[in-house]
Design a protein around this ligand. Sequence first.
Ligand SMILES: Cc1ncc(COP(=O)(O)O)c(C=O)c1O
Length: 433
Amino acid sequence: MSGTEKKYKLKSLGGRVLSPETQMMGYGFSPELSEGSLKPPIFQTSTFVFQSAEEGKAFFELAYGLREKQEAEEIGLIYSRINNPNLEVLEDRLALWDKAEKSLVFASGMAAISTALFSYLKPGDVLVHSEPVYGGTEYLVHNILPEFGVRRVGFNAEDGAAGMDAAIDQARALAAESGGRIGAIYVETPANPTNGLVDIAAARAHSDALQQDGRRPPVIVDNTFLGPLWQTPLELGADLTITSLTKYVGGHSDLIAGSCSGAESWIGPVQVMRTILGTMSDPHTGWMLLRSLETLKLRMEASTAGAAKVAAFLRGHEKIDAVWYLDYLPEGHPDRAVYDRQCKSPGSTFSFEVKGGEREAFAVLNALKIIKLAVSLGGTETLASHPAAMTHSDVPPAERERLGIKASLIRISVGVEELEDLIADLDQALAAI
Ligand SMILES: Cc1ncc(COP(=O)(O)O)c(C=O)c1O
């Protein structure tokens, strides 16, 4: 690492470890290398000029893993599908939030999920995964992975430890039949849209027990709902943590991106797969995300405080049947212990059930005046949607019912507006039932 790089990769000061929120303003970027620009310019280029043919050869040797890195040697800039300064600075900063050795950024959350799964699953393998999962992930594991010879066994987040244990046993038997392995354990927690919780440490214990010939399946966690602030899966036993950056990290509903973070040894195959599939993000999106990261903590704290008030309003309302807000998990409920252990906050996305069914839920959604009727979450504006008819509409109806995605369910992602305005909007919309 050069003197300049050392200064801009400062991790501690006088024995004090610097906090990620401080690091989001400068970590990983050297103004000296960009005409003194305070902020990283957008490196809108497809390729990079080598100073010599020897340098180009050395960069490729490292990028393609043809030899080990020498002491203090870095992979140089080659081509924006392989690396780009905006993405590298962003990855360095995301790794600080995720407490990871390395992060990679992708064109979308789905690009991160599919690239990570394709890196670890082979024909004959079985994927064990929690349910429900985001609709796109559900389609991938139900419809696309089987075409590549990968079968799956799901377990309902609501079934706790017993559900996961049974799924592992079933998957082991299936894998033995096809001469494969359990290729990965994939967990979405909290789950979209029900906020069901999965014990990450328990998933890791299963992975450890499956160790064979020095290999074990990675535990991959989709951490989108709580984002890197309110849950740190790598500290809880996960090997890879995935975030749809489209949501809280981007935070303004104006970009699509994703990330995958973990130890270098687990990230390596995912990086190779990203280079070959070309699922990386682009310089402009990377620049927008760097800007968003500067206010991530402020936005998440504000929206979380607002969500607590909105949840309390809904809970006391006569036309509401249930509010699936994590702080309301009763003591003694199996998820409560998982929540207390894993999550630092309930976040600001949750679902609630209106009395009635689709007709009543649609009446409320159609009557909203400030809250926008749109899928997605984690932006500065409050959004509401109907999972059964929208994000999870391709889940078969019986399956939806089993997973608690009812016709009466509305999902809300609370933004940073004045919360009394939001409550007034919900109040008048509920009067429409
Ligand atoms: C939990 C979860 N994971 C992954 C995704 C996919 O992210 P993207 O839309 O960025 O591909 C979403 C999108 O809503 C999501 O809610």
